[in-house]
Design a protein around this ligand. Structure first.
Ligand SMILES: [Zn+2]
Length: 206
């Protein structure tokens, strides 16, 4: 019995080594803060067969459709992707995309930063027909052509799906009296960052 379990263990290690040539290195890369750009182009079907993991950042300015709703297009989205083959033998990509998006508050019309977390769970299919018979947890990624695909476009779709319909500051950002009376009161004074700097500079150091 001791021998049998030793053999099983050996088999597991062997199998693991074969499927993931360098599991520890991959795991570290996957968890590290993405500080290098995510490649825009890649072959998702090949990646799935090879079990490729990618992580990196994408400048928000690369997402044209997302930029249409942004009050500030600087900054990056962080992306982690793991390609593979699912239990149902589908070619899949899972992972997440996250970004702090600066949207416009629909109450005070000032910028509001909204953290977006997109969980990605896609099956690569060739057409709408292939998209119909997927397990519930997988959404279709329709790629009619073999070869390279635009990974940024896929990530952008996932971000768009997770955008709030309307953005508001979590705190009351407009005086209640202003809302009820409709009087054109001056909007709540915004503190000018340069004034704050001046104040700091003017503060005598102890
Ligand atoms: Zn607001």
């Amino acid at each position: 019995m001791g021998l049998q379990s030793a053999q099983t263990a050996h088999f597991r290690v062997f199998f693991f080594d074969r499927s993931r040539p360098d599991p520890y290195y991959c795991a570290l890369m996957f968890e590290a803060t993405p500080n290098k750009p995510l490649p825009r182009l890649g072959d998702p079907r090949k990646f799935a067969q090879q079990g490729v993991r990618l992580s990196g950042h994408v400048p928000l300015s690369a997402f044209e459709r997302v930029c249409e709703v942004l009050a500030d297009t600087s900054g990056n989205a962080g992306v982690e992707l793991e390609f593979g083959i699912s239990a149902e033998r589908k070619l899949v990509v899972t992972g997440r995309a996250h970004a702090d998006l600066v949207l416009t508050c629909q109450r005070c019309l000032n910028p509001v930063t909204v953290p977006i977390e997109a969980d990605i769970a896609l099956a690569i299919v060739i057409d709408e027909e292939g998209a119909k018979n997927l397990p519930r947890q997988l959404d279709p990624w329709i790629l009619a052509d073999e070869g390279n695909a635009d990974l940024y476009q896929m990530v952008e779709d996932e971000l768009l799906l997770n955008l709030p319909a309307v953005a508001y500051h979590p705190e009351p950002c407009i005086e209640v009296e202003f809302l009820s009376s409709g009087e054109p009161e001056v909007a709540p004074a915004k503190q000018n960052p340069f004034q704050v700097l001046e104040q700091l500079k003017g503060t005598p150091k102890k």
